[in-house]
Design a protein around this ligand. Structure first.
Ligand SMILES: [Zn+2]
Length: 253
């Protein structure tokens, strides 16, 4: 078979070859698009979208990392974005969320999430995001007087805006660690079983174990009191995690 014959063959079949090439092109573009869609979906599932949908049945043991969320402080109107990997700080069910009136179990208000895992298990508490330890405290003294005085000073019984720094509401927090995260966000973890083995200035990474759920301080049982702060103002953790999905994440068995 000579080269001339081959060229002649290709030339005589040029229309079929052209159609074939077009079909192949469509096939590869189509497949590529489908693969792109598939990869996008996988990434969306792995990374999350800042909030967990109600239908998610996540196993918290895997400590899924989320990538960003928008939030404002409870007192403020300005929206901020935290665009860094973050994770759920512990296993459990939400036993008390943010409460701004007197229906809170303890005290007048509760600007945090209480997350309780079953008592029989040692339950890790993990760093919400990368950061630096700003305080490790042993708040065994319960100073209710001071807490109530804050409320007297406010105009309408809502006390949080007279709190000038997170330390003002530490009474009853028990064994506590506070972490400075990026973008002026601070995280606070209370009632830990032991005093965390960290020093001020230590770095922590997202998901790192920083302690275990306990009931030290002002607690009615083993749980984590998890609070988000910005400039001394509390933030509802719902902005980072949807309350309703928490129950799906818990392990009460
Ligand atoms: Zn609490």
């Amino acid at each position: 078979m000579g080269v001339a014959y081959l060229i002649q063959l290709i030339y005589s079949q040029r229309h079929k070859i052209k159609n074939c090439c077009i079909l192949l092109l469509i096939f590869f573009l189509g497949s590529g698009f489908l693969i792109y869609l598939l990869i996008s979906v996988i990434f969306a599932v792995i990374q999350g979208t800042g909030r967990v949908s109600d239908t998610d049945q996540q196993n918290l043991a895997s400590y899924t990392e989320f990538q960003s969320f928008n939030y404002k402080t409870i007192a403020g109107d300005t929206w901020y974005t935290f665009a860094h990997p973050y994770t759920f700080p512990t296993l459990g069910v939400l036993t008390q969320g943010v409460i701004l009136d007197s229906s809170a179990v303890v005290g007048l208000r509760h600007v945090a999430w209480d997350i309780a895992d079953r008592v029989s298990r040692q339950t890790e508490v993990r760093a919400f995001a990368d950061g630096t330890v700003i305080a490790v405290k042993d708040n065994m003294l319960i100073n209710t007087t001071r807490r109530w005085r804050f409320c007297d000073e406010s105009e309408n019984g809502i006390c949080w805006y007279v709190v000038t720094k997170p330390a003002d509401v530490q009474y009853g927090c028990g064994n506590e660690i506070d972490i400075q995260n990026a973008d002026s966000l601070q995280t606070q973890y209370c009632h830990l079983a032991e005093l965390p083995n960290f020093q001020t200035g230590d770095s922590v990474t997202v998901g790192e174990v920083i302690g275990y759920q306990g009931s030290t301080g002002w607690a009615t049982g083993k749980h984590l009191h998890f609070a988000l702060w910005r400039g001394g103002q509390p933030i509802d953790p719902s902005y980072a995690f949807q309350q309703t999905s928490l129950e799906n994440w818990g392990d009460e068995n």
